[in-house]
Write a protein that binds this ligand. Sequence first.
Ligand code: LLP
Length: 405
Amino acid sequence: MSATLSNEQLTSIANEYGTPVYVYHAEKITEQFHKLQSAFRQSKSRFFYASKALTNINILKHIHALGCHVDCSSINEVKLAVLAGFEKENILYTSNGIAFSEIEEAVELGVNINIDSLSNLEKFGRKYGHSYPVGIRLRPNIMAGGHLKISTGHEKSKFGIPIEQLDNILALVEAHDIFIAGLHVHTGSEIKDVSVFMKVADIFFDLVPHFRELVYLDLGGGFKVPYREDEEGTDVPLLGEKVAEAMQRLKDAYNRDFEAWFEPGKFLVSECGYFITQVNVMKQSGNTTFAGVNSGFNHLIRPMFYESYHRIANISNPDAPIHTYTITGNICETDTFAADRQLPEVREGDLLVFYNAGAYGFEMGSNYNSRFKPAQVLVIKGQPHLIGKRDTFEDLLRNQVEITF
Ligand code: LLP
């Protein structure tokens, strides 16, 4: 049985902490990590949680306690990971478009680094030469992922060093005797098709002979989790088998052994998250019935930004007859969460829950319209714990500097 929170638990949390509120379920994260461990047991695989998905320090600590490692996308995420207790060798900084000074900071902290531009690779080579092992992030020119905005490996993408610039990479590596410890490719998010990862493995197969000191081959994150009622996620056991085969193929061909690294974000924390909102206003307009909730894209931007689908339930009236609703927010924008959604009769005051809200939910939130960011609650062994307070009015002014006119 998969770990889930019941409507009763969610209602009780909404009553205790108010709405809107993000709720995370620790045991679900554990369950997802164990699925990975079991699926990849035949290869030397390491998992680095893509912490950009949800950086609350308690979530990081929970993930650390599981024995999972962490992938960071800014130097501040690296510092949060250190604070959460991750050992430096288990922290990976996969940078993109950053100032070289952040790479210097990461070197001082002693963490693993994937460099994503020739420019930073050159600066790195000049400064560190062979003294600090480093990985390179490549752009493989593969189109993958659930939406163009979350596809990172295609030929118009800004991410990574374009693979056609391999000669330039090799020239820099040779000129500065750079210690290349890893190759990295992340093609996108929500990749259901296992063959995408195998295409990356094939690219690595061809590249390996050029790099004599490689330790890891990093295939990125992007495992799909089911968002819709009728869809399935990535077949992770199959992926685990295929990766083991690919690593064996490398061993047979070159007599070299590599660690396979992965950076899952959504897979670990998407399904653990529930976003509870309350219906402020019902409004009829022609054939459309709007249910306006006390939130907006300031709290959950995925539906508006990526046209993402989130399952929604009316947990206050679950057995009522089904009608069609358009769920909107309360900010001064067109903030439609879902159009023409079938739900049990919705009334003002009802609690609407958005599922799969753990990854890139709270994390991409803002104070737009001077609204407060929601509270965050972590449920561990059935007990709710407040892990993030709702903003207060003072928070809105915290970094503002009032000048005298
Ligand atoms: N590694 C790298 C280098 C990445 O760029 C990403 C995501 C990940 C790992 C983790 O991907 P995941 O396993 O979570 O799919 N905000 C978007 C997703 C952006 C993903 C960007 N990179 C969303 O809400 O769909």
